[in-house]
Design a protein around this ligand. Structure first.
Ligand code: FES
Length: 305
């Protein structure tokens, strides 16, 4: 094998089409010694990453505290990343070489010279370390699938059918039935179906408007000329619509500032909500209390399916 003036070997490098090319002139070649410290570090970090993956998966499935599974995720990712980094560090030789411009004289390389390049091997990988790293990545990756279990049960018909039904009285959170006169002009109250207080899908806002409602409000479902009720579940993402501005009949959702015009069928006038709040069919029973004439006829909450 030929050498350069500094005593470093010259090796032949084949070109892409397999024909011999110029020689690689190796400036320096440093093969790091096998390091047990590095291997131990990779194994240790792999174990940490695997344990953190397990902790993340278990705590998020069992509904553990955010700092715990968030911390496990962060530490696990860091440990895995550093283990990969250390696995490849100190494992391959650092070779600094230059390839001189191709000369005609280089075309006469011998097989011995062109085969020298193949003699440069990375340090053999230790299978234990590699397996540990792969196992840690697998366990950690499996842990990341745990959030799938938190998606909860299928919604089913719960957004199409609520606890409202014909004849159900509207009651306050304290359970008191309401008559139209219980609300002053411009007044608003959160109401529930009797027997289903705090059923969030049925939460409803009862309003007495200061002005007469207009279409597309369903005027058949307006009592006493100005008392009506809308679903409290925002049609954007399901937050409870809560803030009422009597001056212009604007109902606000605090989550993303969707605004609904309660005088005109709770149509959205601002923000990301695209659908009106469903209106509850409203009437009076024999004793003069406000009752539902049936369930909502439109789907409550965000549109889906
Ligand atoms: S949930 Fe109401 S605006 Fe987004």
């Amino acid at each position: 094998m030929s050498t350069n003036p500094g005593g470093q070997p010259k090796v032949g490098a084949p070109t892409r089409d397999g024909s011999p090319a110029g020689e690689l002139e190796i400036i320096s070649s440093e093969v790091p010694p096998a390091s047990h410290v590095n291997d131990s570090l990779v194994i240790g970090l792999s174990i940490v990453a695997a344990v953190c993956g397990l902790v993340f998966g278990v705590t998020i499935t069992l509904g553990g505290p955010l700092p715990l599974y968030g911390g496990a995720l962060a530490i696990g990712l860091l440990a895995l990343a550093y283990a990969v980094r250390r696995f490849f560090t100190d494992r391959y030789p650092e070779i600094e070489a230059i390839e001189p411009r191709l000369q005609f004289t280089d075309m006469g390389m011998t097989d011995e010279e062109s085969g020298d390049l193949a003699e440069i091997h990375p340090v053999g990988r230790r299978s234990l370390v590699r397996r540990m790293l792969i196992a840690a990545a697998a366990v950690f990756g499996a842990g990341l699938l745990a959030p799938v279990s938190t998606l909860g049960p299928r919604v089913g018909n719960r957004l199409r059918q609520t606890a409202w039904a014909q004849g159900k009285r509207l009651v306050t959170t304290e359970g008191n039935p309401l008559r139209p006169d219980d609300l002053p002009p411009g007044g608003v109250s959160t109401v529930w179906p009797e027997g289903a207080i705090a059923n969030e899908f049925a939460s409803t806002l009862l309003l007495r408007l200061a002005t007469e409602p207009e279409p597309p409000t369903n005027l058949d479902w307006v009592v006493d000329g100005s008392v009506l009720a809308y679903s409290k579940v925002c049609t954007h993402a399901g937050c409870p619509v809560a803030l009422f501005r009597e001056r212009d009949g604007a109902l606000f959702c605090p989550c993303h500032q969707s605004t609904f015009d309660v005088v005109r069928g709770a149509q959205p006038t601002f923000g990301p909500a695209a659908r009106a709040l469903p209106q509850l069919p409203l009437g009076l029973d024999d004793e003069g209390y406000l009752v539902a004439l049936g369930d909502y006829t439109d789907q409550i909450g965000p549109a889906y399916g």
